[in-house]
Design a protein around this ligand. Structure first.
Ligand code: FES
Length: 98
């Protein structure tokens, strides 16, 4: 089963393919301050994908629209509430601690 690593804490979890990253992040005890219910509208789940980006599900139009409005977006940016785990290990950096 692929492993999701959360930085900067270094926590790891085995995550079934197809699982939304946000659910694993919250289950690990990390706090993101999400207020949109995981619909991609609050920007709180903005993360950088450090490794394994190609393993994640493709970003859809609503995610792109949200990311386009954020400060500090890079080619590593994804919304953890929209990205789903694939078959390979992934490392992300959590950007917002609330
Ligand atoms: S949970 Fe609100 S943007 Fe992802």
């Amino acid at each position: 089963m692929p492993v999701l690593t959360l930085m900067p804490s270094g926590k790891t979890a085995e995550v079934p393919s197809g699982t939304v990253l946000l659910s694993t992040i919250l289950a690990s005890g990390e706090k993101l301050g999400c207020t949109c219910g995981g619909t991609g509208g609050c920007e709180a789940s903005h993360v950088f994908v450090l490794e394994g980006r190609k393993s994640l599900s493709k970003a859809e139009r609503p995610e792109h629209a949200t990311l386009d409005g954020l400060v500090g977006v890079s080619s590593k940016s994804r919304l953890a509430c929209q990205a789903k785990m694939g078959e390979e290990d992934v490392t992300i950096e959590i950007l917002s601690f609330m």
